[in-house]
Design a protein around this ligand. Sequence first.
Ligand code: FE2
Ligand code: FE2
Length: 480
Amino acid sequence: MTSQLVDYDSLIPNNVGLADDPKLRRALEAWHPGYIDWWMSMGPEGFQVADVYLRTAISVEKDGWAKFEFVKMPEYRWGILLAPPIEGRTIPCGEHYGEPAWQEVPGPYRAMLRRLIVIQGDTEPASVEQQRHLGSVAPSLYDMRNLFQVNVEEGRHLWAMVYLLQKYFGRDGREEAHELLQRQSGSDERPRMLGAFNEETPDWLSFFMFTYFTDRDGKMQLEALAQSGFDPLSRTCRFMLAEEAHHMFVGYTGVARIVQRTCEAMNEAGIEDPYDAEAVRALGVIDLPTIQRKTNLHFSLTLDLFGSEESTNAANFFNAGIKGRYHEDRLDDDHRLVSDTYPVTKLVSGLLRPVEVPALNGLNARLRDDFIDDCQGGVTRWNRSIAGSGIEFEIRLPHVAFNRAIGEFTDIDVSPTGKVLTREDWKAHRDGWLPTSDDKTFVETLMQLEVRPGRFAGWISPPTKGIQNQPEDFLYVRLP
Ligand SMILES: [Fe+2]
Ligand SMILES: [Fe+2]
């Protein structure tokens, strides 16, 4: 099998030699109709027959891996693509450090691996479900196209995890693959597995925040799984990361364009006080404090996805060599961590302070800290643009203990700056820190469909350049 070449002519484009694996091919072909049913009933609502300018992966090489063309989403070529193998790759962490990477599921870790793959797989269709109503209020054809690009790629990520389940986990893999199409974001009976994936994405500000923060959690998880000693998982995740980068680009630039438009409108109108929400909103743009409250919400919800700060599961995954740290292969230590410690923020006698815990138990906290560093870059650039417009306002990431529902800080109330509060104090300030129903109603009034080529809703600036350098008035989505 030449892994770089993608068999593009079969029903399921792939570089995993599906043509020579009839059993797997049959299993995937049996799963396919259910997937299409799911896409038609839970995917982007109202745009299934539109022609969308989408990229499709056609190779796994670093350059030229994608082609761009008009496709109807239900006809998108969802494929199974693994990054090229790394010659002589070894297990990068834990007890088996340095042994050859596994090409088959290691028996003792089968259940753990399956669980990791199912949890990752569950997030992919969840976000498509969360975003399914956004097409009908897209601020431009450019943005609509980006939404659909993210959606089809999350669909492909589901395929990626389903491939691993079907290929390596036999009957229970098939059952899990089936279940992935049964759970539904926000459902009372069968919700998605993780909290943030059951929240609504009611408007485009939420969408951009979600793709900036929550897709970045996805990136961190994929980075950690790309360090798996189970090589098929590693290769799958490495290729998914190439797609994930665009999702975070959509989020980063989306918020940046909203911020830019708000600042421009304020300057044109001579409004200096960013907290004069009434005056700013009267201009038809989103006031900066609302953007801060949205940041607080999406950041804190996303932190919950990293799980408890101290976790024996995380220690077991690492010890087993099936999930590594962020950039494990670039870290300079013994990759076993048996006698190391890691500082984890905890509540000690009423104060939040770092406490050294065994490094193996603190791996969730560590990945979360790497995530926070990764988030800061874009926030700094948003702030540079605000400062550049001469407006005094800074968007800040809230403290790690703010508004948390999982782990160490679940039962305490903490301000965005990290001050431990009484319940009453929290309640008194809550509406200044998290989106209010008033914010939601206001943002909803701005959500109007704009489909004239080259035109953008008044609350968001045009992008600096088009997808594939297309001109500003390019018809990214051809509506029927
Ligand atoms: Fe994804
Ligand atoms: Fe994503």
